[in-house]
Design a binder for this molecule. Structure first.
Ligand SMILES: [Zn+2]
Length: 194
């Protein structure tokens, strides 16, 4: 059987805004000086946002390249087995209270959801992170998909196989996009990566 893969992504246009004081401190002490990413190794740092976020199932923190999701969504995807797939962090509000029921996450496995030739990308000269903005129909390069169960889309969101995607149907998830991804043998975006 050929495995199918699905893209899970936020459909809200209201990303959470980072708390300015936290952001200034994080930029000075934590983030990559080249691209502003949070480090992907070690513990996921706490992220402080300006307001309690809405109840979107998945969303991003604007400008710092990290997503957060309802704990119940992540739990449903991995059936309670967080450790093999996710490193989890906390989201705090500007009163430094932990926002309940959501977690920031970084996946151990990453994959790039690709777009067409109008997609843009650059490689951070400091941390070598690929910063990619997909345009047009999204797809995966087939040779990059072997063994994917739950992976993080480097452009923001998750890629899951059809078995994992099938766990989502029992209830509605607010602002969660779910789309089947085509598999292509060669990318059409002009980006040559192994
Ligand atoms: Zn960087």
């Amino acid at each position: 059987m050929k495995m199918r893969y699905y893209h899970l992504f936020p459909t809200t246009r209201n990303p959470a805004s980072p708390d300015p004081a936290w952001l200034a401190e994080a930029r000075a002490s934590l983030m990559c000086s080249g691209c502003g990413s949070l480090p992907r190794t070690g513990k996921v740092p706490d992220v402080v946002v300006q307001r309690n976020p809405d109840k979107s199932a998945i969303n991003v923190v604007y400008g710092v390249y990290i997503c957060y999701a309802l704990t119940s969504l992540l739990d449903t995807l991995c059936q309670g087995e967080f450790v093999p797939f996710f490193q989890l962090g906390r989201l705090l509000n500007s009163d430094k209270e932990v926002v309940p029921d959501v977690r920031t996450f970084m996946c151990h496995r990453t994959v790039l959801v690709r777009g067409n030739e109008k997609s843009t990308f650059r490689l951070c000269p400091v941390c070598h992170r690929l910063l990619y903005c997909a345009v047009g129909k999204r797809y995966l390069v087939r040779r990059h998909t072997a063994g994917i169960v739950i992976a993080e889309d480097e452009g923001g969101g998750l890629v899951v196989n059809e078995l994992v995607a099938g766990r989502l149907s029992a209830r509605g998830w607010k602002n969660l996009g779910l789309k089947k991804l085509e598999l292509c043998d060669e990318p059409i975006d002009g980006l040559n990566i192994a």
